[in-house]
Design a protein around this ligand. Structure first.
Ligand SMILES: [Zn+2]
Length: 191
């Protein structure tokens, strides 16, 4: 039986690299992979999944209101679906991936962030936590050595931001994965 997988990690935990390596591994066994990512913007190159270690691949971009099932039927026959940045998919799109797992017996592997810069779930991640068969954490560390769980957002002056929209397109904000304790202490030190 095929499964729905959610492999989550903080910023910089090499999720995209893992997604691309997983695709390579399936293809090496002769299986075809439909690589997708949600489309949150239309910038040039928005259809590229790029990892910091240098791997990159073109993916099919799924729009915010697009049906994944319909897009899959139009894309053709694949053996596996791999989705990067799955946190940006809508709960309805995650439900559609679940339907493809169950009705088409297709393994679906979703890579993404668990939470935003305020430590709150992204809607897509919440739905994956609710209905995935397999949930695994891709770990990365804070500069103090503890496991990083918070995706801290910084402004240009290096202050941690704790208010604002969940997704800011084209913003100049920077993100760093931190442990909860360092994140809290950093915010306290800004007072
Ligand atoms: Zn820390």
């Amino acid at each position: 039986m095929a499964k729905l997988y959610f492999k989550y990690g903080a910023m910089g935990s090499s999720k995209s690299a893992q997604a691309l390596i997983t695709k390579f591994n399936y293809e090496e066994k002769g299986m075809s992979v439909w690589l997708i990512k949600p489309g949150t913007d239309t910038r040039d190159g928005a259809d590229i999944i790029k990892s910091r270690i240098g791997l990159s691949q073109r993916a099919q971009v799924i729009g915010p209101d697009e049906s994944i099932i319909k897009a899959y039927e139009e894309a053709g026959n694949y053996d596996v679906i791999i989705a990067d940045e799955a946190q940006f998919m809508s709960p309805e799109q995650i439900d559609e991936l679940r339907t493809l797992v169950d009705d088409e017996d297709l393994p679906v592997l979703c890579f993404g962030l668990r939470t935003d810069f305020r430590t709150r779930f992204f809607p897509g991640s919440r739905r994956l936590m609710e209905i995935a068969d397999s949930i695994t954490e891709i770990k990365t560390i804070c500069e103090c050595g503890r496991k990083a769980t918070v995706n801290a957002r910084f402004d240009d002056s290096g202050r941690v931001i704790t208010e604002g929209d969940q997704v800011v397109l084209g913003g100049n904000d920077r993100y760093t994965a931190m442990c909860f304790r360092c994140w809290k202490e950093r915010i306290k030190s800004q007072d």
